[in-house]
Design a protein around this ligand. Structure first.
Ligand code: ADP
Ligand code: MG
Length: 603
């Protein structure tokens, strides 16, 4: 039996009143009470709850949202007013927000057949405008000495994105000029943003796709650039101006947001089955697991053991700490490789980006206007200013892989200091003031300033990066291309790789390694043992002493290096899925720190 449109409102009220969750709680009735108590503007309904209640109503909501939403929203509003008449003095409209809509469409697969439907998209919010005011309903005055009457416009509903004036005065029926009376008109908070495909979803070699979205009313500012979001909304055709004779017939899409969920759980993006977990646990019991992991980093690259080790450490990472006073110490291990051209730096970096659970790969110049940190950009067509997230913000919770970091732009040189240590990016430009999260590990590579690394000179003279940035890296390695004894082995390794002969059983494949890393980062939070503590302490004191004896060394030993040692020890423990940092982990950390310091000329 067909249900009449008007009945859907009653059905929805019945749903709200009768629904009980698995614990017997009246979820939606509770929401209605909250809306009344706290003067909220939205009710949020899970699509599958509604679908289980009445398939037809649920289907109408996703297939015919533009017609059905006003009916349902009015019904809920009237229901609330009935319960509390004073509500209407403060709130004029209730939004029905639907989450968990199953029609999930990839950004690159949106087609005209989806227009007007309620769909779900996923991606990263890369930029957003400040909050503006959209005129929704206005009061006009008819400027004509015979009339001069005020009237509400449009008579029903509200404006779309474009204001359409009446052709004749609805009061006197004559044509004429109409003047907007602003203080009697209604405005809605409005914000535009751009959603981009997640880097891991972009087919290799393709540019990321984007979609404009519009947030209104209580949804504005609910997400910030860099957030990974799941958005439900109505797909609309963008009309920038009124259609007239000679208008172009080509349009863009945008999504009018109905509900938004922000995903916090980076590591859930990598799916780990029970079988995977078994494999991971078993691998971790191998006494040589760390060596196995390190050999599995870029296996087609010959040698460079310490660099692969550093990359592995960065991928596993230490444990971030929140102090009692609220300050946060990063757990991310930043790694820099400086080296001669052609020493496989880019190859190693690309591998790191592939195996990291969440990674953004970019070059120092940046692949977007936002560069490495963030910027304010202006849309050429509309003139809107946007706050746009750069690589470190987009990589929040994961790894920012930056090749050719020495070619970084001036603005980034300033902002990257804050991004690497405090792990936030602050910006104040063109009226936009914001602070974005950038809790990302930096794995970077750079070329020597003079074309080749000159070992006789210090590191600061060899690379076009100030010491303040260098000191924010936990580990720095220098790759010098020395022709010599190893060339035989290098050549035969490369030739074997090209002949497809490296399948070693000792190597963990990329897929499993990625899962292993995600598993460790999600579940393992090692704590320092007393033994490890005292070892690190002694080594730090020794380093400080040496550093004070050679005051012009490029790396000044500060408490930062002690923090680095702690992070590195934790990462070693994590690699073996251990919950305690033992003596052995501390020893390894000290060892690799020694190699780094000797490498950069402090020993
Ligand atoms: P860089 O970024 O350091 O200038 P690339 O990563 O572009 O160098 O490497 C240049 C090429 O040389 C790549 O194809 C890489 O595989 C090869 N190559 C360089 N060093 C090695 C090595 N140690 N083992 C295997 N291949 C190497
Ligand atoms: Mg390169």
């Amino acid at each position: 039996m067909a249900i009449q449109q008007a009945d859907y409102g009653d059905l929805l009220l019945e749903f709200i009143n009768t629904y009980r969750d698995s614990k017997g709680k009246p979820t939606y009735l509770n929401q209605i009470n909250e809306i009344i108590a706290y003067r909220k503007k939205s009710i949020i309904i899970n699509f599958s709850d509604l679908f289980n209640f009445n398939e037809q109503l649920a289907t109408q909501i996703i297939n015919n949202p533009k017609e059905i939403f006003p009916i349902l929203e009015n019904k809920i509003y009237d229901y609330i007013i009935e319960k509390d008449p004073s509500f209407q003095d403060e709130i004029k409209k209730i939004h029905l927000r639907i989450t968990n809509v199953p029609r999930l469409i990839e950004l690159r697969k949106i087609r005209s057949s989806d227009a007007g439907k309620l769909i779900t998209i996923e991606g990263i919010l890369v930029k957003s405008t400040p909050v503006k005011e959209r005129l929704s309903r206005s009061v006009f005055k008819h400027i004509n000495p015979d009339c001069m009457q005020d009237f509400v416009w449009p008579p029903e509903g509200e404006f779309d994105e474009i204001i359409e004036l009446p052709t004749t005065c609805p009061v006197c029926g004559k044509a004429g000029q109409f003047k907007l009376i602003e203080d009697r008109s209604e405005f809605i908070d409005w914000q535009k943003a751009v959603i981009q495909e997640r880097p891991e979803e972009i087919p290799p070699g393709q540019l990321p796709r984007q979609l404009e979205v519009v947030f209104e009313d209580d949804l504005v500012d609910s997400a910030r650039p860099g957030d990974r979001v799941k958005i439900v909304g109505i797909l609309e055709i963008k009309k920038d101006s009124q259609i007239k004779r000679g208008s172009k017939a080509i349009f863009d899409f945008y999504l009018k947001v109905n509900s938004i969920e922000i995903s916090q759980k980076v590591l859930d993006e990598v799916k780990i089955s029970e079988e995977d977990e078994k494999k991971i646990r078993e691998l971790s019991r191998d006494p040589w697991i760390r060596e196995k992991i390190i050999s599995s980093i870029a296996p087609s690259i010959y040698g460079h053991w310490e660099i692969k080790e550093a990359i592995a450490l960065a991928l596993f990472g230490g444990v971030p700490k929140i102090m009692e006073d609220g300050t946060r110490v990063r757990g991310d291990i930043h790694v820099l490789i400086i080296g001669d051209p052609g020493t496989a730096k880019s190859q190693i970096l690309q591998f790191a980006a592939r195996v990291a659970p969440r990674a953004v790969y970019t070059t120092g110049k940046g692949s977007t206007a936002a560069g490495l940190t963030a910027t304010v950009t202006r849309d050429k067509n509309t003139g809107d200013y946007y706050l746009e997230a750069g690589a470190l913000v987009l990589a929040d919770g994961g790894v920012a892989v930056i090749d050719e970091i020495d070619k970084m732009r001036e603005e980034d040189r300033v902002a990257i200091h804050e991004a690497m240590e405090q792990q936030t990016v602050s910006i104040a430009k063109a009226g936009i003031v914001a602070k974005l999260n950038a809790r990302a590990t930096v794995i970077a590579a750079g070329n020597p300033k003079l074309g080749r690394y000159i070992a006789e000179r210090g590191i600061a003279e060899n690379i076009n990066l100030p010491p303040t940035i260098l000191s924010r890296f936990d580990l720095i390695f220098i790759l010098i291309d020395k022709p010599g004894v190893e060339d035989q082995l290098l050549a035969s390794h490369i030739l074997n790789v090209h002949a497809g002969k490296t399948k070693s059983t000792e190597i963990i494949d990329v897929d499993l390694l990625k899962k292993y890393i995600a598993y460790a980062r999600k579940n393992i939070f090692p704590k320092l043992s007393d033994e490890a503590k005292s070892l690190l302490q002694d080594f730090f004191v020794e380093m400080r002493k040496k550093s004070s004896e050679s005051p012009d060394s490029p790396i000044i030993i500060t408490p930062r290096q002690l923090e680095a040692l702690i992070r590195i020890s934790e990462a070693y423990a994590r690699m073996a899925l251990k919950n305690e940092v033992t003596r052995e982990d501390a020893e390894r950390a000290i060892n690799i720190m020694r190699i780094f310091l000797e490498n950069v000329g402090l020993d």
